[in-house]
Design a protein around this ligand. Structure first.
Ligand code: SAM
Length: 330
């Protein structure tokens, strides 16, 4: 079975959030009135494995594990081990803040994890504390170094924020110049919360203009390896690359191939739409089986919206969606 929507978009990519808990309190992610999902509503690992098995049977071949902070959930390494044993052929990546995993890097390598996407919004210790509420910059940098020395590829994701990390653009470019990794700026998506207002928005085009003062950037052609939402640039004379992801200023809805499942088992077909499908309810109903799950996933995919229409209808300081990112997984 191939998943496809009414517009002909093929879906082969699943972001699965394993928890909504996180050890950081990033200013762009956590909204003021957020509440944790009650534990009994969070999917058990075996329920997640059931969904991954189903997804694999529907030609999903890219799996991203996210959170909250996925490594904050007990038993997460065992879960990775189980996925690798059942679906070694899947392109598996984990999105992490990398604050607590430096000692786990050799084990991740042994389990067959080839890539990590690491969130890092600043290279300055004080700014790190202000952005995340915690003092963990040293740990993140140590994890990156450990990954690179163990041959785990690293993509860094930095949320671009005017007045917060724009002054570090030159440092970021030097970091990517000196290390073999991709450093990608993601446009900040306003969450309709006063903690971080729309005025912090720093567009991908502005970043590119300013970045060209620090380096000669050569756009990387799109290939089967480089088909994601990021525009990628090689840094002349450097080891790494710079990338720009522009969900707000220049959407990539036409090529969106993603589904998301939240840690409480709700299927979300567009980041910007709060319409979800309750897969947990189906899974926990003994009268319903995998056929019903497949039907709902296929029908939901058919109706996958074009998120930019939803963004256009945003008014004033409304957020891009009503669910906080830590509960969706980014
Ligand atoms: N804890 C993990 C981490 O830090 O990567 C995974 C969860 S985090 C919600 C996933 C991604 O969402 C991160 O790369 C984060 O930077 C991004 N994100 C969260 N809120 C965002 C926002 N308002 N705008 C843009 N990106 C956001």
């Amino acid at each position: 079975m191939v998943l496809q929507d009414k517009l002909g978009r093929r879906v082969n990519y699943l972001r699965l959030s394993v928890t909504d808990r996180c050890n950081l309190r990033c200013m762009y992610c956590v909204t003021k009135d957020f509440k944790y999902i009650p534990h009994p509503d969070i999917l058990r690992y075996e329920e997640m494995l059931r969904l991954i098995d189903l997804a694999a049977g529907m030609n999903i071949n890219k799996l991203r594990l996210t959170g909250g902070e996925p490594f904050a959930r007990k038993g997460f390494m065992g879960f990775i081990d189980n996925i690798m044993a059942r679906h070694g052929e899947m392109d598996l990546r984990i999105t992490t803040n990398a604050t607590m995993i430096e000692p786990l890097v050799p084990d991740l390598k042994r389990l067959g994890v080839k890539r990590l996407n690491i969130s890092l919004d600043t290279l300055d210790r004080q700014t790190f504390k202000e952005v995340t509420g915690r003092d963990h910059l040293k740990d993140v940098l140590a994890t990156i170094e450990a990954c690179l020395s163990h041959g785990i590829r690293v993509k860094i994701n930095a949320v671009a924020m005017k007045g917060i990390n724009d002054r570090e653009l030159g440092d970021f470019i030097n970091f990517a110049r000196n290390n073999p990794l991709d450093l990608r700026f993601i446009e900040f998506m306003p969450m309709g919360d006063e903690t971080l207002s729309d005025s912090r928005f720093w567009s991908a085009d502005d970043i590119l203009r300013q970045a060209s003062k620090f380096a000669n950037l050569i756009q990387v052609k799109r290939t089967s390896e480089n088909r994601g939402p990021a525009r990628m640039y090689a840094i002349e004379g450097g080891k790494g690359r710079l990338g720009l992801i522009s969900p707000v200023s220049s959407h990539f809805c036409a090529t969106c191939n993603r589904l998301r499942i939240t840690s409480d088992g709700h299927l979300r077909t567009c980041l910007f739409s709060d319409h979800t499908y309750n897969l947990r309810g189906i899974m926990r109903n003994p009268k319903l089986g995998d056929d019903m799950l497949r039907k709902v996933i296929a029908a939901a995919t058919r109706d996958k919206p074009l998120g930019y229409h939803l963004l256009e209808s945003r008014k004033g300081c409304e957020g891009v969606c009503e669910t906080q990112m830590s509960a969706i997984g980014g």
